[in-house]
Design a protein around this ligand. Structure first.
Ligand SMILES: [Fe+2]
Length: 403
């Protein structure tokens, strides 16, 4: 697929938490805390996880004092005022919001200050308390990454720093077995876009000033993205259709984790930038905003990646060679292959019941200027987007998204 994808001597950095994956690995938590020397863990979770009995499954048998905090569904810098703890480590049990809250809480408890001061890149002054992440969704991959997404003044922002990456990820598919259908679809589509965007991110040799937080797609990240994409693409429809499909749940669980590892190395792109914009302008979830943005984002990047789109369509078994029409093109035509990838993303999104346009999440043409403006400021995403993002080109793409 990437015949020229051999290391060329350019420096690469690969960091990842220790991973324990498999049915029941959450029961390893006491051992993991012992290894990390944590005696008084703070558990960050939420009411839904508690009510579903998952919190008890994970921490109920811990042989030490536990203090439990509930994270907000959409964590904000305002949530951390007056944070005090005598804990000596953090355990996040939940989805991205719980894990991101724990990351910032760990930084604040080690270094003080205001949550706002950690927004941006490289703002954590030193090591933080040990953090163990136990994801209960197959989506954000936050257990693998160095970034916490936190709202500030109504805008979703990121705090990215190697010190925020969890020490250990306990990825136990059984914790996702009872995840409701809607959440399964929304979080699963996030994982799908992580795998796809990290695979198609700007090549690492064209991303300046490395090592940086996100290095661009490279020979170390691409195999992870490809494997993640294959697992998530193979599992997502099945798990939405039938939540009891344990094989599909396991595929999603591992796939979403590998996607998190991959994008934490390579970075993401314009689909995530657009989705963050929509997320700030509407109250729709990250997964829905990604679904609403994927066609516009992929169409925008197509001129830079047409052959790669065709190769991805091939790898997903989505090449019908005619781009969804009947003109009988052959498999060597990258334009037809790129059409096939766009068609496959549409088909998958539709099959799991997610919105497919800006209008479907409540934006209209009169919002174009704001969508463009709010997207152009997302340097963290645009730095690794495969095609340079200019105001004029982006406006054209966004307008097309309203047609
Ligand atoms: Fe995401």
């Amino acid at each position: 697929m990437h015949r020229n994808d051999v290391p060329d001597g350019t420096a690469l950095t690969v960091r990842t938490p220790d991973l324990r994956f498999g049915d029941g690995v959450a029961a390893d938590l006491p051992d993991v805390l012992d290894e990390l020397g944590v005696e008084r863990p703070i558990v960050v979770s939420d009411e839904g996880i508690d009510a579903a009995g998952i919190l008890d499954t994970v921490v109920g048998s811990l042989d030490r004092d536990v203090e439990t905090w509930y994270a907000a569904t959409e964590p904000s810098t305002a949530d951390f005022g007056g944070l005090t703890t005598d804990g000596d480590g953090f355990v996040a049990v939940g989805g991205g919001s719980c894990i991101d809250t724990a990351k910032l809480a760990a930084a604040l408890s080690a270094h003080g200050g205001s949550a706002r001061a950690y927004l941006g890149v490289g703002r954590v002054p030193g090591p933080v308390a040990p953090l163990v992440a136990v994801p209960t969704t197959s989506g954000t991959g936050s257990q693998a990454t160095q970034t916490a997404v936190i709202s500030h003044d109504g805008v979703k922002r990121g705090a990215s720093d190697e010190y925020l990456r969890p020490d250990v990820a306990l990825v136990d598919p059984t914790l996702t077995f009872s995840l409701p259908r809607g959440q399964t679809a929304r979080s699963g589509f996030d994982a799908f876009v992580h795998a796809l965007e990290s695979l198609l991110a700007r090549d690492y040799r064209q991303v300046p000033e490395r090592p940086i937080t996100y290095q661009g797609a490279n020979p170390a990240s691409r195999p992870l993205s490809e494997r993640a994409l294959s697992l998530v693409h193979g599992g997502l429809e099945g798990v939405v259709e039938n939540g009891e499909d344990r094989a599909a749940r396991r595929a999603m669980s591992l796939g979403s984790h590998l996607a998190g590892v991959a994008f934490s190395i390579a970075g993401l792109g314009i689909v995530h930038a657009l989705a963050s914009t929509l997320g700030g302008m509407t109250d729709r979830s990250h997964g829905e905003c990604l679904a609403a943005s994927i066609r516009v984002g992929l169409a925008y990047n197509r001129p830079a990646k047409e052959a790669e789109y065709a190769a991805v369509a091939d790898s997903l078994g989505a090449r019908n060679g005619d781009g969804g029409d009947d003109d009988g093109d052959d498999h060597d035509d990258p334009a037809a292959g790129a059409d096939d990838l766009l068609a496959e993303c549409d088909r998958l999104r539709e099959a799991i019941g997610l919105p497919g346009s800006f209008a479907a999440v409540g934006c209209d043409r009169s919002d174009t200027d704001q969508v463009v403006e709010n997207t152009l400021i997302q340097e963290r995403r645009l730095a690794t987007n495969p095609r340079k993002v200019s105001e004029a080109d982006l406006r054209e793409a966004v307008l097309a998204g309203f047609e």
